[in-house]
Design a protein around this ligand. Structure first.
Ligand code: 6PG
Length: 250
């Protein structure tokens, strides 16, 4: 009988690199490692990407040498952690940022990219993406090989903001969430999906993340309920990759 592929034992790791460029390279190495493991063991690599500004450097690094040829993107399927409810060409679109810096430069086939439809009704797009994931993962809780997350200064991650109802969503894989501070609807993966991943990598750089990173990683009073603190993969690795500025209070 064919040996079932051995899952690597989950690890928790905090890595501090001198600067954002080194952070991007370290995150790219993690993603390459996850991709090569997934493809060799399961024949396919499923990755979920966040938006915001931090991932741009990671995407540019993945699309440049020496990383450019190290992932078999023909055996990879690209999903999104969350999306702002704007059209795909809008400057705030997470899909647009990924398209510009990763998907386009690497010519990743559209058929391998599953974007959240930010241009449509949020609830309908969330339901539609739920169906996309249900088809992809056979109706089981989606278990991504790699989930790339950022963290906001307020402790949000994905589009899971402190004190919002979506944090309590345990049945659905995808939800629509209104972000009052930004007066904006979002579509987001929910905590059960983030916590089902084989490998979750937080990437944070800059002094503006210093306080929230320390609060979360040093488990300071009041930090346990922060959305980024609630990301604890059940059977997966949790890795934080920081630059010196974001890690200054660790
Ligand atoms: C988004 C992201 C969000 C992001 C954090 C950090 O759609 O904005 O998914 O969760 O990761 O807000 O954003 P920066 O990388 O811009 O600091």
């Amino acid at each position: 009988m064919r040996e079932l592929p051995q899952e690597a034992p989950p690890r928790f790791e905090v890595r501090v690199l001198p600067n954002p460029a080194e952070v991007a390279r370290a995150a790219a190495e993690e993603l390459v490692d996850a991709a090569q493991d997934a493809i060799s063991n399961r024949g396919v690599f499923r990755v979920a990407l966040s938006g915001g500004s931090t991932p741009r450097a990671l995407f540019q690094t993945l699309a440049s040498r020496p990383f450019r040829g190290r992932i078999d993107w023909n055996k990879s399927r690209v999903f999104f952690v969350d999306e702002r409810c704007v059209p795909p060409a809008h400057e705030r679109s997470n899909y647009r940022m990924a398209k510009e810096h990763l998907l386009g430069p690497l010519r990743i086939p559209e058929a391998s990219v599953f974007r959240m439809r930010g241009e449509d009704d949020p609830r309908r797009s969330a339901r539609e993406y739920e169906q996309v994931l249900s088809r992809e993962f056979g109706g089981r809780t989606p278990r991504f090989d790699f989930v790339q997350l950022g963290v906001g200064a307020d402790g949000h991650t994905a589009s899971l903001f402190p004190g919002t109802r979506v944090l309590a969503e345990l049945a659905k894989a995808v939800a629509a969430a209104y972000v009052a501070e930004q007066r904006e609807w979002r579509i987001t993966l929910t905590l059960p999906v983030l916590n089902a991943a084989r490998r979750v990598v937080f990437v944070a750089v800059g002094p503006e993340k210093r306080a929230v990173v320390a609060a979360i990683l040093r488990r300071k009073r009041g930090s346990a309920s922060l959305p980024a603190s609630l990301v604890k993969p059940k059977r997966g690795s949790l890795i934080w990759i920081l630059d010196a500025a974001a890690a200054a209070d660790l």
